[in-house]
Design a protein. Structure first.
Length: 54
């Protein structure tokens, strides 16, 4: 299966992996940073869900 047939989240994941690997970022650093990013996006998602719809 070609990448263009994949879901947007798989495409983004592949792009992020390629970016991190091409910059030789240590796995421990990547995992720590991803936890920060995950928490931030979860917070933003909750905030967006709490907004009243027009």
């Amino acid at each position: 299966m070609a990448l263009e047939d994949e879901s947007p989240e798989v495409k983004l994941a592949v792009d992020l992996i390629m970016l991190l690997e091409s910059n030789d970022v240590e796995p421990e650093l990547v995992l720590a940073a991803l936890e920060i990013v995950k928490k931030d996006y979860q917070r933003k998602h909750r905030r967006d869900e709490d907004k009243p719809s027009c």
